[in-house]
Design a protein around this ligand. Structure first.
Ligand SMILES: Cc1cc2nc3c(=O)[nH]c(=O)nc-3n(C[C@H](O)[C@H](O)[C@H](O)COP(=O)(O)OP(=O)(O)OC[C@H]3O[C@@H](n4cnc5c(N)ncnc54)[C@H](O)[C@@H]3O)c2cc1C
Length: 482
């Protein structure tokens, strides 16, 4: 007999492990609480009792010297990265996600060395995410598709120690959920509770109340609830948000479709770009970004164009291609064969004035929403998670003083994440600001962007050469004196 948490209701059932496996058994916590979706529960014929489930109160200070109870609000890539990083330090983690983790249409998500190094460190089974090992960035002429610039990454792993991965978002999320919740691995497995939408937080007591009536208390609360963060709003840290000058359609093309069209040469392990800076007759916001994912079976496209009003929800092929009349005919042919077409509205966020309140801290898009033009949003969330794991490890030993630990977290993470966010905005205006292209000399046909007074371009060295442990070693002693 085990206790299962189903839509916030406890169900006491007897269920054999094989049945559980078919429902997604990796969502089983150390406390033997499993989380399954209501649909899965119905399929299995489980009955629910409307008994609110109350988590145990947070650990005392003495216990927290070595182990804390962490509640993570939001089960996205950042939330699960934090769950993995914290469980490895022996902390008990529960991830509360408002949705059903239903598999939604997804696209590619790249993971540069600064994210990938932590996945390796944490023992993530990266092959289970069907990664593509990227070999180059290619800049093509918007109208003809002729190659203008190549940033060669064939020696990337040799230089930086880890590859530059490209995942499909759903593959990556699944991989992260498994690592966080499976029994195997360092520390107690984390628990995932779906259909738990945080409504309010008592910051003094460290208590979260969910829409379903559940209340839980935790030593450490992490708001990893994304770009429209409830946690951030409750902390009264809302940024100024404005519509971005460019907007986006995203879609995928199956590899077999490319092969049928004789265009499989575009399925290289590369990120390829068309447009992205001002020319005489092409707007700088017209940009196509293409990369393979899902082990190469899907080719993913982000199609950016100048924002005009709101884009439609159900994107037809005609809608998709309409902003791109001057685009390279090969690229247009690929877009005409696309599936999974979705709109994606972009917003610009000002940096927050702070990331923490008491024992609650923000992580990922909740505190540094950025444009996708440096491909760093997820990587910065992974870095946040890595910092939390280190700060609440025995090495730095902040577990006895969560509030101080979170201040340390903000000190080390905010300046770097804010800078990457700023540079992601600049790369919206000119693709040559993008990490990789930003290091190419101006002698290639398209040249380098105009220097911006006072601005130092973000480089691959700054992103990949960063040593978080050395940075903490340097900051922690002076931080402790205050
Ligand atoms: C189209 C696209 C392409 C991108 N490409 C890249 C890339 O190539 N490389 C890269 O590094 N980054 C990329 N990014 C950015 C990256 O995806 C995000 O930065 C990253 O996913 C953010 O993770 P997160 O966990 O902070 O937020 P999210 O992934 O948004 O997760 C937040 C979670 O919180 C849940 N939630 C919200 N409110 C509540 C609540 N009240 N209670 C409980 N749960 C709640 C949400 O349902 C959601 O599951 C891309 C983003 C997009 C949209």
């Amino acid at each position: 007999m085990r206790d299962y948490i189903l839509s916030g209701h406890a169900v006491h059932v007897s269920i054999v492990d094989r049945q559980l496996k078919s429902l997604g058994s990796n969502m089983v916590g150390k406390d033997n609480a499993a989380v399954i979706s209501p649909s899965a529960g119905r399929l299995a014929g489980l009955s629910t009792m409307p008994t609110p489930v109350i988590r145990p109160l947070g650990t005392t200070v003495e216990r927290a010297e070595t182990r804390a109870y962490a509640a993570i609000i939001g089960g996205g890539l950042g939330g699960f990265a934090a769950a993995i990083s914290l469980r490895r330090q022996g902390h008990r983690v529960t991830v509360y996600e408002k949705r059903d983790i239903a598999a939604e249409v997804g696209n590619s998500i790249s993971c540069a060395k600064n994210g990938g190094q932590w996945l390796h460190e944490w023992g993530v089974d990266i092959d289970s995410g069907y990664p593509i090992d990227l070999q180059k960035l290619v800049m093509r002429d918007y109208k003809t598709g002729a190659v203008d610039m190549i940033y060669d990454m064939s020696a990337y792993e040799q230089k930086w120690g880890f590859p530059y991965y490209m995942f499909h978002r759903q593959d990556m999320l699944r991989m992260m959920i498994t690592t966080a919740t499976q029994t195997a691995g360092q520390g107690p497995p984390s628990t995932l509770k779906i259909l738990h939408s945080a409504r309010s937080i008592d910051f003094d007591r460290g208590e979260i109340e969910f829409e379903n009536g559940l209340r839980v208390t935790a030593d450490l609360i992490i708001g990893a609830d994304g770009v429209v963060s409830k946690t951030r709003a409750l902390m009264d840290l809302e940024p100024t948000i404005k519509l971005a000058a460019s907007t986006c359609y995203r879609c995928n093309v199956r590899l077999d479709q490319l092969q049928e069209m004789g265009l499989e040469r575009y399925a290289d392990p590369a990120i390829q770009f068309w447009g992205g800076f001002e020319t005489d007759d092409v707007n700088k916001y017209n940009k196509i970004v293409m990369a393979p994912c899902n082990g190469g079976k899907l080719i993913s496209f982000y199609c950016f164009y100048p924002a005009k009003g709101f884009n439609v929800q159900d994107v037809s092929v005609e809608d998709l291609v309409s902003p791109f009349s001057q685009l390279d005919p090969d690229c247009l042919r690929m877009l005409n064969s696309s599936i999974d077409r979705k709109p994606w509205r972009l917003y610009e966020h000002t940096p927050l004035t702070g990331w923490t309140q008491g024992r609650t801290g923000l992580l990922g898009d909740a505190c540094h929403a950025m444009f996708p033009h440096q491909s760093q949003g997820a990587c910065q969330g992974i870095e946040d998670a890595a910092a939390l794991g280190l700060i609440f490890s025995r090495r730095y030993n902040y577990t006895g003083n969560i509030e101080e630990g979170l201040k340390m977290y903000e000190s080390i993470r905010k300046p770097r994440a804010d800078r990457v966010a700023l540079c992601s905005r600049l790369a919206t205006e000119d693709i040559r600001e993008r990490i990789g292209f930003s290091s190419l000399p101006g002698s290639v046909s398209r040249g380098a962007p105009k220097p911006i007074p006072g601005h130092k371009r973000l480089t691959i060295e700054e992103i990949n050469g960063y040593d978080m442990v050395a940075h903490l070693d340097e900051l922690v002693p002076s931080h402790r004196k205050h």
